[in-house]
Design a protein around this ligand. Structure first.
Ligand code: NAG
Ligand code: NAG
Length: 197
């Protein structure tokens, strides 16, 4: 009897290891970008060059959970050094004081063909807000080196004022220099983590 219970437990833990597998963002094939309207008519895009992230994915059930993303604020890059300096300053991200932006998912979701809504806590500039990520699963593949990869897109829109990123400059002809709404888009790939041998 005891033997059977032990065997059952082993089977359960093996199944767990096989089905709910940990994935890590593949930093060299992932972009963490953002877009914001500038001077009313144009759009500035930028990205964060340093980040890491992980989640658990069960391909059989399509379940996604425990998504965590950590972004280094000082890696912001809008291809204009002066603007990047301003964005890192106390006017905006204040990267000395708030070095990381984070997202931590709150629930387990099951992927659908439509973008899946994943709720979680986004922390920017030291302020934590609940946001919903639109998660679009693009499929899975095994690369030539035998790594299991999945491709995805995750996006959300936030109001920068919610995170106390308030700087603006009025324009003579009306409107503000940069808009309040920021679109965040993470596009890329994640790699299945192989158990340590
Ligand atoms: C944010 O989400 C968490 C987890 O779902 C919940 O417990 C909390 O009440 C939410 N906070 C707000 C301000 O909605
Ligand atoms: C711009 O910023 C100033 C100072 O923080 C604020 O009083 C004003 O309401 C802001 N204007 C807009 C349109 O956001």
């Amino acid at each position: 009897m005891l033997f059977r219970i032990v065997l059952a437990l082993i089977t359960v833990s093996i199944n767990a290891a096989v089905w709910a597998a940990p994935y890590k963002l593949d930093e060299s094939h992932t972009q963490v970008g953002f877009k914001i309207k500038h001077l009313v008519i144009s759009t500035v895009s930028g990205r964060f060059n340093k980040f890491s992230g992980s989640f658990d994915f069960d391909p059989a059930k399509g379940e996604i959970k425990d998504l965590k993303v950590e972004i280094e604020a000082s890696s912001i890059d809008t291809t204009e050094p002066d603007r990047d300096k301003h964005l890192k300053s106390v006017d905006f991200f204040d990267v000395e004081k708030y070095p990381k932006l984070t997202f931590v998912s709150a629930k387990t979701v099951t992927k659908a063909n439509q973008p899946t809504q994943l709720e979680g806590a986004l922390t920017i500039h030291g302020i934590k807000k609940n946001v919903t990520l639109e998660l679009d699963y693009k499929g899975a593949t095994t690369d030539p080196w035998g790594n299991e990869r999945i491709a995805f897109e995750a996006s959300t829109k936030v109001n920068r004022k919610d995170f106390d990123l308030k700087w603006n400059k009025s324009l003579d002809k009306g409107g503000v220099m940069i808009a309040d709404e920021v679109k965040i888009l993470i596009e890329g790939e994640a790699l299945l983590q192989k158990p340590a041998k």
